[in-house]
Design a protein around this ligand. Structure first.
Ligand code: GDP
Length: 312
């Protein structure tokens, strides 16, 4: 199968194979992966990339399922990619399970890909960034990047997305949800989930509180004022309003050229990141076992890591 041609044709099996190639750590796959990526790059970019984060249980997969179905019914093609910082330990069990999105996973116009199960958070995010390129080349115009909100992964996801959506629970307390101020500052939109049944009033109160809190944050450099919304994935309420806001953001940021400039800046960030990581690995791999033992001996004899590093 000519992977590149098939991906351009929108073949999802080829897309999945292409992403597996990108994620492979075999040297023999690396060249093929880079060549595929290079070819796909010329056909990429035509999408809105939305990061969706929140603590486990907040309702991410339920929300993505309902939003995804709404979007495919409007004629969009939706790709869902996951970044799961716990994947190394749990083999991606938190976000890796496709069966969490029953309807979307069998939708012809949707593609769901769990998180790579190996590598550092930076590595996983970097692979996801490349996977986005392949999805776009395959004609997916809405990319949803799902991540578990446990601290660092949200920051990384903001380096590969245009729009950053933070899902919150009403009445659970920010500390409980592990929501740090820094993460709220990154969010283009806060969505209070499970706004149904007994939770309705709590959610509406929380919306007002968050709206007040966001006013205290510094303005965003692109002129966007973060929005606060409520939704229920069970009752399907608030979902289309959320999409309208994301679409508005997309239109504004495309016409002001911010989106393109922002993506350029993100690429520069990843260039630096890759150089640091690749060079670090190269130097480490160039050290012989004997060398490493000597370094360890120096450490045991009281030298600091900093002093040892200076000599490498
Ligand atoms: P995730 O871990 O963030 O992906 O959360 P899930 O989407 O798996 O949802 C966690 C639990 O919350 C599940 O039991 C869902 O059925 C429930 N849930 C999700 N969305 C809603 C909602 O809008 N309303 C209510 N009442 N429950 C919801």
């Amino acid at each position: 199968m000519d992977l590149f041609k098939e991906i351009l044709n929108g073949n999802k099996v080829a897309l999945a194979k292409g992403i597996t190639l990108l994620e492979s750590s075999l040297d023999s796959d690396n060249k093929k992966a880079q060549s595929l990526l290079q070819k796909c790059l010329a056909h990429s970019g035509n999408s809105i990339r939305v990061g969706v984060t929140g603590v486990p249980g907040v309702g991410k997969s339920s929300f993505i399922e309902v939003l995804g179905k709404l979007l495919t019914s409007k004629g969009h093609k939706v790709a869902v990619l996951a970044i799961d910082p716990t994947s190394e330990k749990t083999q991606g069990s938190i976000l890796g399970d496709k069966s969490r999105m029953h309807q979307l996973s069998v939708d012809e116009n949707a593609f769901i890909r769990p998180s790579p199960t190996a590598g550092t958070l930076g590595g996983v995010a970097s692979k996801t960034k490349d996977s986005i390129v392949l999805c776009e080349a395959a004609g997916f115009d809405i990319i949803l990047v799902e991540t578990v909100g446990v601290g660092q992964s949200e920051t990384k996801v903001s380096t590969i997305c245009d729009f950053f959506l933070l899902l919150m629970l009403a009445g659970a307390g920010d500390e409980l949800q592990g929501i740090k101020r820094g993460i709220m500052e990154l969010a283009d939109m806060l969505v209070i989930t499970k706004t149904d049944g007994d939770n309705l009033q709590h959610s509406k109160n929380a919306k007002q509180e968050y709206q007040r809190a966001l006013h205290l944050f510094p303005a965003m450099e692109n002129g966007w004022t973060p929005k606060v919304s409520v939704c229920s994935s069970v009752e399907h309420t608030g979902i289309s309003e959320i999409w309208e806001i994301i679409s508005r953001f997309n239109k504004q940021m495309t016409s002001s050229n911010w989106k393109e400039e922002h993506r350029k800046k993100q690429n520069i960030y990843w260039l630096h990141h890759t150089i640091k990581e690749e060079l670090g690995n190269k130097i480490y791999n160039s050290l012989s076992e004997e060398n490493i033992e000597k370094l360890e001996e120096k450490l045991m004899s009281g030298k600091s890591i900093f002093q040892i590093m200076e000599k490498i």
